[in-house]
Design a protein around this ligand. Structure first.
Ligand SMILES: Nc1ncnc2c1ncn2[C@@H]1O[C@H](COP(=O)(O)OP(=O)(O)OP(=O)(O)O)[C@@H](O)[C@H]1O
Ligand SMILES: [Mg+2]
Length: 232
């Protein structure tokens, strides 16, 4: 049975999609079966980030509304054979209940090792829909004060979900700023938020050209920590 992990944040643009997709690639490179589910309705970009947008025939709403079987909505990644994508509804106008999406995602659980769920920013309906489908959560923040306040709010809400684990990823860390004390260190952020630190990802220039950094050591380490038994 798959581990179902939602990747969430308070503030937008802090790197949820980047973390979800890169973590998925690193897990799939180890031969693990991973499905990335894009539940960011309307502002979805998992398919683009993973470079499979031309291959997507159906999306999650097609599966929910019965236009295809859940498995038919999955796209297999051409480069990583154990990596699949469930793309999101493009319009973002339809109401889709958390229970209906959960049923679709639950049907994947026996087929995969990981169901990774990319969530929209904020704490609205879309966030709750994504959270309702998961059993674990990864909270992504950047080391900036503005992101910290929103992350704190989300950390509080995640507690109500009684997840098996909630862990923090601090993204876009600039070592030069950290050394000068201009940003909080990942460990300081984790203790301020009272959320255990899963990992820190540096700000990388390469990401602007190519969102998937296959040889990225930080994402590889992140995958190792997700797999490490004491953190389950
Ligand atoms: N570690 C990083 N170094 C450099 N650029 C990054 C890093 N992480 C993310 N980015 C860039 O920041 C932008 C936002 O990232 P991303 O789309 O992953 O954030 P998000 O939290 O999913 O946003 P949204 O809330 O809109 O869904 C992207 O252009 C991405 O390439
Ligand atoms: Mg995103």
């Amino acid at each position: 049975m798959a581990r179902k992990i939602v990747v969430t944040s308070g503030k937008g643009g802090v790197g949820k999609t980047t973390v979800t997709c890169n973590l998925a690639v690193q897990l799939a490179r180890r031969g693990l079966r991973v499905v990335v589910c894009d539940l960011d309705f309307g502002l979805n970009n998992v398919d683009v980030t993973l470079g499979v947008e031309r291959l997507c025939m159906y999306d999650v709403v097609d599966a929910v509304e019965g236009r295809c079987r859940p498995k038919q909505a999955l796209v297999r990644h051409p480069r990583f054979p154990t990596l699949y994508v469930l793309s999101s509804e493009k319009g973002g106008e339809r109401y889709v209940s958390p229970q209906a999406v959960r049923l679709v995602l639950d049907s994947f659980a026996p087929l995969f090792d990981f169901v990774l769920i990319d969530s929209p920013a904020g704490i609205d309906e879309g966030f709750h829909r994504a959270a309702a489908c998961a059993e674990e959560a990864i909270l992504v923040t950047t080391p900036h004060i503005s992101a910290l306040r929103d992350a704190d709010k989300v950390a509080g809400i995640l507690k109500n979900y009684r997840f098996a684990s909630v862990q923090l990823v601090v993204n876009a860390v600039r070592k030069d700023f950290a050394r000068k004390g201009e940003i909080l260190l990942p460990e300081e952020l984790a203790s301020a938020l009272k959320v255990p630190l899963l990992g820190a990802i540096p700000e990388e220039d390469k990401l602007f050209l190519e969102n998937i950094v296959v040889r990225s050591r930080p994402f590889r380490q992140l995958a190792e920590r997700v797999l490490s038994p004491k953190r389950k």
